[in-house]
Ligand binder design. Sequence first.
Ligand code: ZN
Ligand code: ZN
Length: 162
Amino acid sequence: MSDHVEYLDFIESKLPFWRSLSTENVRDERNFDLLLATYEQVWDGIEVILKYWGHDEVVKKRAKRLRREISSDCKGLLKKRTDALIPLEECVESMEVKSVGASSGGEEIERESCVVCMEEFGVSGVEARVTECGHYFHFNCIFKWFQSNPCCPLCRVKLCDY
Ligand SMILES: [Zn+2]
Ligand SMILES: [Zn+2]
């Protein structure tokens, strides 16, 4: 058996596993990126096979079918990712907003730092989100943090329901 047929066998054997990964699995950005990169890699592999062995009707048919399946799985993966992020977004949205800067009456946190990015709030002047445990973070920073950890980066209190 030649390499390209083995490669198609490999993809076919892996597809059910990739497909079985749940919304919970892809909530973690690292898992999601890894899976997306894997799909891109096998997609490229299929393109190469079609280029060099496309004259073989059997190989061509099988490669094209796998390419279609990967395409539809990728769409499924993106939807899972969106579904996984919506609750996190709601969790951050529901937090109290704290304005930064003297004019908005929030100067007391101007010199404090968001521990996720280590930047003082006064630097960008971007409003902060206040957690239930009373800690301040940028919206984007805490949202990104929640994608892999449901607890407060400072005091470890659980803030998200997952
Ligand atoms: Zn930050
Ligand atoms: Zn906290």
